[in-house]
Design a protein around this ligand. Structure first.
Ligand code: GLC
Length: 715
């Protein structure tokens, strides 16, 4: 439809019909069976109203979408199609590793391709929009939603967030033609990951400097990549919930970041303004959210039941309403829904046809995102060894993660199933989920371990223990898994722990008892096959940590990009009292950002820092990497910087660029990083992104802690 046609359509709409377009509800109001991802309230809705709403979220099947759309269009006066949205977070029915795992690939092509495949499967199920990517900056693993994030580095998160948007949406303005792509909704704007105490939905108090420097970049990347929607967050920003925060939405999102798409609330967040106690009733909540700039009210009845009266009482808001409705119609038009409300769904064949190629892709992704944290000669496994597989996750298909709701656990490949196909001398100790690692189970485990060469301990979190509304105050292994490790280690030291986790865990107390630790995260539908390939050495682990594993929960919030402070702890003042340190713990992480091992290794043999053009601020870093081993090696070469003197205090390290490299055995490789001064710009106290002259130290290495200084440049 042309802009003219859309405006002509709007002229036909009644006030109630316009308001209806700004309402998004569960499918339950039309048919049973939708995904509940927030508190459910029941409210009265007339049949007329139900055929005026604009959007449905959380459908499960193409048949459900087709049925609802057909019923809606038959009863809608203007026949404006519904737009269907859902949380396609890391796959639709065929599940990829969780986003935090995908970030461990440091591979934007992998992320973009995974998003494209997820979009294909979701589009075939009738989904038009996904509530993804999640672009929240995170530095507190107590917050269960780090699972959905791209980790603690704003630059890595920005690159991957844009990759998700490209993967879901395809080339700009192609959504109406390419029915295998879906619109993306970047979330949660903004600051959600800074919840105090890591407690979900808790207060956020964020300085503008911190917001502009660390929280906005990934959203800017999504917007620059053309993301169609932005979802606001539940939390307060400067004391006002984002859902009702006019300066945040109008000045920052619309003006500073230039976002021109649709702004949607989070689940029931408009109504929750009353719980925040910034609105006395639904009408005040609706007015505040609407005036702030929320254009679609997800799962609350505030707009549905009060917005028409608000507009009638304040006609100056009519234009505001038309803007919001236009954004909804524009989205529907961009998706081609006015031409085909079913977007390619064929009544004759609404059955699911999963593409095996997508399943293969999830396996490859799982192989490339697992992170080997430790290995003292235990991995890879060999067919000559007697191998024991023990622990609650040994034969578990609870490996899809918290946001995999369409994914079927029963179709996931467990670690046991993956290993069985590998012709190993494998003994598996069965584990019944209801057991919480009883003494009897641990005793059985020790017996089996005693007669084995290597013990694979499959441990970690259940899906419910991470994700939304899954905050923890302890990050050590739960359900007596640490007891299992310590007892087994006494009878057989050759333990390889296979960790299934949605967040960094505190492994300090068990690390010494394990000779190898591989974090699989929640690896998705093909987890078992991927892990079997990794554990037998068919594939080398190549994931690198996108988020630090702390030594203690007491260190949180934690990021490698900490500021210097006025009393930094250094190699020379370890025993001094009056420095920024803990009395009972080191300052650094157990496993740092960017860290990960393979089955081989390489060294940085020589480096050169070249100033190509001082006046234009163009530089090059060259490095020769050498692999002197008998085995090829995958790694991620990371370039960090430290701006030596700045206007506002800056981090001690900042990831600037990285390159995934593959080095054949007994060979070397020359790697070049091309950098310019723009990548050293930072947010100043006036909130402007700019460079200032000075010296910048450059560090090159394989994680944020190990990277060595290779020189300085002047800009
Ligand atoms: C949830 C989440 C949000 C999700 C939405 C719809 O509460 O906060 O990330 O997209 O509701 O399910």
């Amino acid at each position: 439809m042309t802009e003219k046609h859309l405006h002509e359509l709007m002229e036909q709409m009644t006030l109630a019909e316009k308001v209806g377009q700004l309402v998004q509800l569960m499918p339950d109001f039309f048919a049973q069976g939708g995904e509940i991802t927030g508190p459910m309230q029941q409210w009265q809705m007339s049949e007329t109203q139900s055929y005026q709403i604009g959007s449905i979220l959380g459908t499960h099947t193409a048949e459900q979408v087709y049925t609802i759309q057909k019923q809606y269009l038959e009863n809608s006066r203007l026949k404006i199609p519904l737009v269907f949205m859902a949380d396609v977070i890391h796959g639709y029915e065929t599940i990829f590793p969780i986003p935090l795992a995908m970030a461990a690939s440091f591979d934007e092509q992998l992320v973009e391709h995974a998003a494209e495949l997820a979009a294909k499967e979701a589009a075939e199920a009738g989904i038009h929009v996904t509530f993804s990517p999640m672009a929240d900056y995170v530095k507190d693993a107590r917050w269960g939603r780090v699972l959905e994030s791209n980790g603690e580095d704003p630059t890595l998160s920005s690159v991957l967030t844009a990759a998700y948007v490209r993967g879901y949406q395809g080339a700009q303005k192609q959504l109406s033609k390419d029915k295998k792509r879906i619109a993306a909704c970047v979330k949660h704007f903004i600051g959600y990951g800074a919840a105090e105490g890591g407690r979900d939905y808790h207060t956020v108090d964020l300085s503008d400097l911190e917001m502009y420097q660390n929280y906005l970049p990934a959203f800017k990347a999504a917007i620059d990549a053309g993301v169609a929607l932005v979802m606001t967050s539940f939390n307060t920003v400067h004391g006002i919930p984002a859902t009702a925060n006019q300066p945040l939405i109008q000045d920052v999102l619309r003006k500073k970041l230039g976002f021109e798409g649709l702004v949607i609330s989070d689940w029931a967040a408009v109504a929750e303004l009353m719980a925040h106690r910034v609105a006395a009733d639904g009408e005040e909540a609706a007015r505040k959210a609407f005036q702030a700039g929320i254009e679609m009210d997800m799962m609350s009845d505030c707009y549905l039941n009060t917005l028409a009266q608000i507009i009638t009482a304040a006609p100056e808001l009519q234009q505001h309403l038309d803007h919001a409705v236009y954004h909804v119609l524009q989205l529907k038009d961009a998706l081609g829904l006015f031409d085909d409300p079913y977007r390619g769904l064929a009544a004759a064949d609404l059955a699911v046809h999963l593409d095996p190629a997508i399943r293969r892709s999830t396996r490859e992704a799982a192989e490339r995102t697992a992170v080997l944290l430790k290995n003292e000669g235990v991995l890879p496994l060999s067919t000559s060894q007697k191998i024991a597989l023990i622990g609650p996750k040994a034969d578990s298909t609870d490996i899809l993660g918290a946001w995999s709701w369409i994914g079927k656990k029963e179709e996931a490949v467990s670690l046991k199933e993956g290993l069985i196909g590998k012709n190993l001398d494998l003994s598996v100790l069965p584990y019944a989920d209801e057991q919480a690692l009883s003494d009897e189970y641990i005793e059985e485990a020790c017996k089996l371990a005693q007669h084995s060469d290597v013990v694979l301990l499959a441990i970690g979190e259940s899906s419910e223990e991470s994700g939304e509304a899954a905050s923890l105050t302890k990050l050590t292994l739960s359900r007596r898994q640490d007891v299992l490790i310590h007892k087994v280690a006494k009878v057989n030291p050759n333990i390889a722990a296979i960790l299934f986790n949605g967040r960094p865990l505190v492994l300090s107390d068990v690390e010494e008892s394990c000779k190898a630790i591989l974090t699989a995260w929640f690896p998705g539908s093909e987890g078992g096959h991927a892990l079997a390939n990794l554990l037998t050495g068919e594939v080398e682990p190549q994931g690198r940590l996108p988020m630090s594993f702390p030594r203690s929960v007491g260190q949180l919030p934690f990021t490698y990009g900490q500021l210097s402070t006025g009393r930094p702890k250094t190699a020379d003042n370890q025993d001094q009292k009056y420095i920024s340190r803990y009395m009972d713990e080191d300052n650094d992480a157990l496993y740092p950002f960017g860290y990960g091992l393979g089955y081989s290794s390489c060294d940085i043999e020589e480096t050169t820092v070249l100033t190509i053009s001082a006046e234009q601020g163009i530089f090059e870093v060259k490095a020769r990497i050498v692999n002197q081993t008998d085995r090829a090696h995958h790694t991620v070469l990371q370039l960090y910087s430290k701006d030596l003197v700045t206007e506002v205090a800056r981090p001690v390290r900042e990831l600037k660029q990285w390159q995934k490299v593959y080095i054949p055995e007994h060979s070397s490789l020359d790697v070049t990083f091309k950098i310019n001064q723009a990548c050293f710009a930072y947010i100043h106290s006036d909130l402007l992104l700019k460079n200032d002259p000075g010296k910048i130290a450059l560090y090159l290495g394989f994680d944020a802690k190990q990277a060595k200084k290779i020189g300085e440049i002047s800009i």
